[in-house]
Design a binder for this molecule. Structure first.
Ligand code: BES
Ligand code: ZN
Ligand code: ZN
Length: 490
């Protein structure tokens, strides 16, 4: 995985194949930091017949002179309704398209908008870096159709914050790209053991403590959920615990790592089942967050817990009607073996909570119902702590990893009570993301603050388009943003 090199400001001489610029309706193109010939070309493009800077409108013109460059002006619609998320999407779209057209070097003029200013510079630069991301480890020859050098022109007055943001963005983008690589790796390679090896390598590189529990240790420790879900696969389960940092608040991160989810005995329909390689994206995101936090040397103590299993149908599989004892002693009646995420998270969250972190955050591709509710436009956030909700929603807005708060009502907890066990793993059909969250609430002990984020709709893009489809690394920018603002590092 190699990301493009990014420099701030355009070289004064001709040095790019293409200059990309965003303009808003009824506003002149920004001229800050641009050579005259580019400004003139941009003005000509904006004056071309029919161009109103409507969202999606594009005009291309060439600069005059011996070395002609192409200037591409993109309409961004009205300034008032533009936001961080639209900006991130626009950057990804135009930079990927430029690369696919064979362009190697491009300039990107950042639009003059609050979404691109101050701390927002971090997500702008991260997105620029990630526009060169491709998953081509499994191709004979890697795709050359991507931008290799990008010159970013910050908005007026923002040069110094962009300068500060760039080294942070490089570390963040590298962590996101790594989380994507892990998520995209196919299930015949990315087994629980392989995932644990990746975590151990990371720990070695960044000086983290790592503990990996195998089947026997899991059994001995009473991690009944992980053992049960893992029992149907010849790829045995693992539980990884990472530890880093000696000062500051303790943040525990838990991520669902189902390396492939067939549904088990309650098997899924075959159509679209290949998408279930992404069922480990919670764990991949947590690894990405751990990497970013350690690489940025943030003053905090973090602990990461990754339950890793493959959910398969087999003579040894766990089955509907089984009663499983979780790490905290509560028993769960299995109704549906496809509700396996909550079974393994129960153990991992109970362990995380037992170690009394200040904040416990859990990420999982937990329910199709979360996708029904929010599509791929945001992840479902559950937390009983209003201050934590406010902090995470704000980090979601500024990072572009958007969240939407969902309810943790009593009624959903009632639904999850068992008949012959303390709990059951399936509630009614309606509000399926909410009753899953209510189930998890039984495993957080007396932890001070906790949140569950259902990333089923945002963890991957299922389109077939190269350069766009695949794991997104959702959550890594979100939590890095949250941690940076908590530790006042950027
Ligand atoms: N991994 C799935 C959830 C999922 C669905 C993730 C779509 C990404 C896209 C999860 O383990 C699952 O199978 N959930 C069931 C829950 C049900 C059995 C209670 C679901 O959502 O249908
Ligand atoms: Zn499932
Ligand atoms: Zn699953």
């Amino acid at each position: 995985m190699r990301l493009p090199s990014v420099k701030l400001a355009l070289d004064p001489r001709r040095s790019t194949d293409l200059v990309i610029m965003g303009v808003f309706e009824r506003t002149a193109p920004s001229t800050h930091g641009l050579p005259k010939r580019i400004v003139n070309a941009a003005v000509r493009a904006c004056e071309s017949p029919g161009f109103k800077a409507l969202d999606g409108q594009v005009r291309r013109v060439e600069t005059s002179g011996a070395d002609r460059e192409v200037v591409e002006v993109h309409g961004l619609g009205p300034k008032g309704t533009f936001n961080e998320r639209k900006l991130r999407k626009w950057i990804a779209r135009v930079a990927v398209a430029a690369g696919q057209e064979g362009c190697k070097k491009a300039g990107l003029v950042t639009p003059d908008h609050p979404a691109a200013k101050g701390r927002r510079s971090l997500s702008v630069l991260t997105e620029v870096l990630l526009s060169g991301y491709r998953f081509d480890r499994f191709r004979k020859s890697p795709s050359a159709r991507r931008l290799q050098k990008i010159q970013v022109v910050p908005p007026l007055g923002e040069d110094s914050i962009y300068g500060e943001a760039l080294p942070v963005a490089k570390k963040l983008a590298t962590s996101v790209a790594w989380a994507r690589d892990l998520g995209n790796t196919p299930p015949n390679v990315a087994t629980p053991v392989w995932m644990a090896e990746q975590a151990s390598e990371l720990a070695g590189d960044l000086g983290m403590k790592v503990e990996v529990l195998g089947s026997e240790e899991l059994l001995a420790k009473g991690m009944g959920g992980i053992v049960a879900v893992g029992s149907g696969s010849s790829n045995s389960p693992r539980l990884v615990r990472l530890e880093w940092g000696e000062e500051g608040e303790t943040v525990a991160l838990v991520g669902k790592g189902v390396t492939f989810d067939t549904g088990g005995i309650s098997i899924k329909p075959s159509q679209g089942m290949e998408e279930m390689k992404y069922d480990k994206c919670g764990a991949c995101a947590v690894l990405g967050m751990a990497r970013a936090a350690a690489d940025l040397k943030l003053p905090l103590r973090f602990r990461a817990y990754l339950p890793l299993v493959e959910n398969m149908p087999d003579g040894k599989s766990y089955r509907p009607a089984d009663i499983i004892r979780s790490y905290n002693g509560k028993t769960v009646e299995v109704i549906d073996t496809d509700a396996e995420g909550r079974m393994i998270l129960a153990d991992a969250m109970a362990w995380a909570a037992e170690e009394k972190p200040d904040t416990l955050l859990e990420f999982s591709t937990l329910t199709g119902a979360a996708v029904v509710a929010l599509g791929s436009h945001g992840a479902a956030l559950y937390s009983p702590h209003e201050d934590l909700v406010r902090e995470l929603l704000a980090a979601g807005d500024s990072s572009g990893d958007r969240l939407w708060q969902m309810p943790l009502w009593e009624e959903f907890r009632e639904e999850m009570k068992g008949v012959h066990g303390d709990l059951k793993n399936l509630g009614s059909r309606w509000g399926g993301a909410n009753n899953a969250a209510a189930f998890l609430a039984n495993f957080v002990g007396r932890v001070q603050r906790w949140a569950h984020v259902d990333i089923a709709g945002t963890a991957y893009e299922a389109s077939r388009e190269e350069g766009i489809s695949g794991a997104t690394g959702f959550g890594v920018p979100l939590i890095t943003d949250w941690l940076l603002s908590r530790t006042e590092r950027f």
